[in-house]
Each structure stands twice: as C-alpha cells, then as structure tokens.
Design a protein around this ligand. Structure first.
Ligand code: SF4
Ligand code: SF4
Length: 192
C-alpha cells in the first residue's frame, strides 16, 4: 500500500521511526462501541463502500490498505450528524477529515481526482468569495493534466450553459476578503 510504502521509505532513509499517520485517528475513535448510530445517521452512507461504523473498526484494526482504497471518507460531506449523535461523543467528522488530509498529503492515486476537485473549488472561493464555475473547472482540469477528462465534462457543461447556470464572465476580483479566514483555518489545521 502506498501509505505504508511512503512511510517505510522515509524510515529507511532517516533511520528514525516514522509516526503512523493513522495513530491520531485511532485515538479519536478508540472509545467506539460499534453501536452503528453513526452509520444509521449518515445521509451519505448509501454511497459509501464501507459504512462509518465499519471504517472505525478498520481504523482500530489498522487495516491501512483497505482504508485508503475506500472512498468512504471522500464521500463524507462533513454534515456533523454522526458527531452529534455518537453516544460516546467521538469527533467522527474530524476523523473523516483527517483521513482526507492523509490521502491529499500522500497524493494517493485513487483519491487524486477528489483532492484536486476540492482544492480547485476552495481556491475559487478564496479568490472570489464564491465559486466562479468556469474558472473553478479550468483550475481543476489543468491540475489533472488530462485532456480527455475535459471531454467527459462537456455534456454537463452544455446542459448548465443552456440553463444559464454557468458564469462565463470574468471573475470579480478584490471584492471579497476571505484570506484571513483561510489563513486562520490553516493555522487550526496544522498539527500541534
Ligand atoms: S456512533 Fe460512535 S460509538 Fe457508535 S459505532 Fe459510531 S463511532 Fe462507534
Ligand atoms: S459527517 Fe460525514 S460521516 Fe458523519 S454523518 Fe455526515 S456525511 Fe456521514
């Protein structure tokens, strides 16, 4: 598995033990009693390959390969419903976000599309205060370096344009000041 392979290579080069990236997440869900309330509450569970309850079981069992082959954490829309309802009060949405961060940091191939899509989306919001659809899609497609991918989106783009849902004008500049909010979020997300 790529996650393990990357860590092993670092360990070999430096001679220092490398922290297991799953360790903090295991800590977050260590009190899970497998009651299934998170799965029963999750509006996206139907689209997940492993339910949230199963994901926490896999985290506790250290099934790194299966965890990062799964799309479960990418399908999480951070609605916080599971976090609110977990009888053990576990930070489940944060745990899903931590799995997303590992996949992004390690540039795992099977999560690259989701990660690049999310990054392009957020960059557009940071710059303009809202998503500028055409600029956002241009950013995403350039970051993927795959000309065939653009063709896949053409029918959808045509439909949206026909309904007047695509903003093709120049994006507004300097109207919104979200930089401070993004900076603060970055500070909060940095490992202590
Ligand atoms: S709701 Fe909480 S305790 Fe129950 S399975 Fe989910 S994480 Fe575990
Ligand atoms: S935060 Fe994610 S995992 Fe939890 S209920 Fe919402 S979509 Fe499901």
């Amino acid at each position: 598995m790529k996650v393990t392979a990357v860590n092993c290579a670092e360990q070999k080069d430096s001679g220092q033990p490398v922290p297991n990236p799953l360790a903090p997440i295991r800590e977050m869900v260590s009190a899970c009693i497998q009651c299934g309330t998170c799965t029963g509450s999750c509006p996206n569970a139907f689209a997940m390959d492993y339910t949230p309850r199963a994901m926490w079981r896999m985290v506790l069992s250290g099934e790194t390969e299966a965890i990062f082959e799964s799309q479960t954490f990418m399908v999480c829309s951070a609605c916080y419903y599971c976090t609110l309802r977990c009888p053990r009060g576990l930070p489940l949405t944060d745990a899903m976000a931590a799995l997303k961060r590992i996949a992004a940091q390690q540039d795992l191939a099977n999560h690259r599309r989701s990660v690049r899509f999310y990054q392009a989306f957020m960059e557009s919001i940071r710059k303009h205060g809202r998503v500028h659809e055409t600029e956002f899609m241009a950013r995403y497609l350039i970051s993927m370096k795959n000309p065939v991918l653009a063709l896949q989106f053409t029918p959808l783009g045509m439909k949206l344009m026909a309904k007047g849902k695509l903003n093709i004008g120049s994006p507004a500049k300097g109207t919104f000041r979200l930089e401070a909010i993004f900076r603060k979020a970055r500070e909060l997300e940095e490992p202590k």
